[in-house]
Design a protein around this ligand. Structure first.
Ligand code: G16
Length: 543
């Protein structure tokens, strides 16, 4: 067994986006493509020799081939130990948990998250640092810079050890330890939540439908909900991770999880519906015929957090991404704690969590999490809701309506224009940015603009900055329109338009969301000239 040096050429475009490098599977299947990126990553890690690396993915097509390659390259890099999930499986929150628990140097997650899988679908790779969270921008930028100059990579010529059975093998000087993907994560959930209370809920006949969307959340949800908490067998559906996700689109929102929405609208609907995404870091919560907006979910979890043992003493602060609604800000204000507004991307929460300034974090894109790990966490959010319901009683809908009655309702929607021509999308954003200086004070469809800017962020912990993070137009009544281009798509550009309007009066909190937001939707289309730029009269996905 020797470590060999393979000559290679740089690939253009190996730039990590909002969450790692995501490309079509066929792009990753090109000879040397994955190897180049992994070598660029390894070259950017100082002091990794002899340390522990965590490795796993969401089981999508190409996962196993990538695990084999990375094990052989980790051996060449000289890692002391690689902890790999059995079968190459680890959810994103589980990777974060394992890194922290075993004090690993870092971890590699093989996932394109909620993007479709299979040979025609997407693949992805992201790196998490020693705190368990996504690599900060200074790391991802260094990796990208290195990809542009790479001329060779190093790999063991030995076959990768079997990772389908528990045990430890050696490749070169590196120990490869195959771990149970669920055990450490399940132990952490036991510490965070009141499992007895949730068991009591199930013992009282509370019915749950948890849709794992044939992705990696299945084994975790089955082990914890059915195995530990006493939910009946069959509570978790689509529970087996499949390389093509069974042709489902593992993006838990009312559009892609329409089967769950239909079950929750049926006459004999369960009490509680939930879904997780490709790598199980996202969640959707649905009551009987009542989908919960992710921004509302964050606010509600914050308002009830003290029923959960881990948060019994209260929260240090809340953090939300800029496009996420301001519902959580109202709870933070009532609790007398800070609410931080960060750019889109979980990596921006890391410093706030590490510094103990934020306890709960959330995003409009169906992501919620806390300081228990450094990733968003789908099953954690589901257990949080169950813990609240077990202690407070009532239904999902009654909890949300009581929340709105107390804090007001932030009507919220996101309109996505997917696979738009990139040049057209960039032109639209450039035109919007050019209008910003003159917008304040203008009326747009009955509302007066109070502030219009391109969101910039200075991290309050380390002073690092991020600019051009989305155009926001804020009106005098607090309503907002936000425009951004997605950083996770793999085809052309995706324009995201985020719409928010506040309604304090409970008598007016039951209007259909798109109706309530109609004037803002019209204003958003006109201001950005969306149809003229993109050729699209309507969005491709509305959530
Ligand atoms: C990732 C990031 C999230 C972000 C989401 C959408 O989630 O971790 O912070 O909100 O993408 O990003 P964008 O609007 O740029 O497409 P995931 O679940 O895809 O890893």
């Amino acid at each position: 067994m020797t470590i060999v040096t393979i000559p290679t050429q740089p690939f253009a475009g190996q730039q990590p986006g909002t969450s790692g490098l995501r490309k079509k599977v066929v792009v990753f299947q090109q000879p040397h493509y994955l190897e180049n990126f992994v070598q660029a990553l390894f070259d950017s890690l100082e002091g990794a020799a002899g340390q522990t690396l965590v490795l796993g993915g969401d089981g999508r097509f190409h996962n196993r081939a990538a695990v084999q390659t990375i094990l052989r390259m980790a051996a060449a890099k000289g890692f002391g130990r690689v902890l790999v999930g059995r079968g190459g499986i680890l959810s994103t929150p589980a990777v974060s948990c394992v890194i922290r628990k075993h004090r690993a140097y870092g971890g590699i997650v093989l996932s394109a998250s909620h993007n479709p899988g299979g040979p025609e679908g997407d693949f992805g790779i992201k790196y998490n640092v020693g705190n368990g969270g996504p690599a900060p921008e200074k790391v991802t930028e260094a990796v990208h810079a290195r990809t542009k100059e790479l001329r060779s990579y190093r790999i063991s010529d030995a076959a990768a050890p079997d990772f389908d059975r528990p045990g430890t093998a050696t490749i070169e000087q590196t120990a490869v330890e195959v771990i149970d993907p669920v055990a450490d994560y399940a132990a952490l959930m036991r510490e965070v939540f009141d499992f007895d209370a949730i068991r009591g809920l199930f013992a009282r006949g509370f019915r749950v439908r948890c849709d794992a969307m044939s992705a990696v959340g299945g084994p975790y949800a089955k082990a914890i909900l059915e195995g530990e908490l006493g939910a009946p067998a069959g509570t978790v559906v689509n529970a087996e991770p499949l390389p093509d996700f069974g042709d489902l689109h593992p993006d838990p929102n009312p559009v892609n999880a329409e089967d769950l929405i239909a079950h929750m609208a049926a006459a004999d609907a369960p009490d509680f519906g939930c879904a997780t995404d490709g790598d199980a870091d996202r969640n959707m919560i649905v009551g009987r015929n009542f989908p919960v907006a992710p921004s509302d979910s964050l606010a509600l979890l914050a308002a009830h957090a003290t029923v959960v043992p881990r948060y019994a003493k209260g929260l240090a602060g809340i953090a939300r991404s800029m496009p996420t609604s301001t519902a959580a800000d109202r709870v933070a204000q009532a609790l007398g704690i800070p609410c931080f507004e960060t750019p889109t991307g979980w990596k921006f929460f890391g410093n706030l969590l590490d510094a103990g300034r934020a306890t709960l974090c959330g995003e409009e894109s169906y992501g919620t999490g806390s300081d228990h790990v450094r990733e968003k966490d789908g099953l954690w959010a589901i257990l949080f809701w169950l813990n609240i319901l077990a202690v407070r009683g009532g239904s999902v809908e009654s909890l949300v309506r009581a929340h709105w009655a107390q804090y007001g309702r932030n009507y919220y929607s996101r309109h996505d224009y997917e696979a738009v021509d990139s040049a057209a999308a960039n032109a639209l954003m450039a035109e919007l940015r050019a209008q910003l200086p003159g917008l304040a004070g203008q009326r747009l469809n009955e509302r007066r603009v109070a502030l219009a800017d391109d969101f910039a962020y200075t991290d309050p912990v380390d002073g690092s900055t991020a600019s051009r993070q989305g155009v926001r137009v804020i009106f005098e009544d607090g309503s907002r329109i936000v425009y951004r281009l997605s950083g996770t798509g793999t085809e052309g550009a995706t324009l995201r338009v985020y719409l928010e309007m506040y309604e304090a009066d409970p008598a007016r909190q039951d209007v259909p969301t798109q109706t309530a937001l109609a004037p803002l939707i019209t204003a958003a289309g006109a201001l950005a000239r969306i149809e003229q730029h993109t050729g699209r009269a309507t969005p491709s996905v509305v959530t």
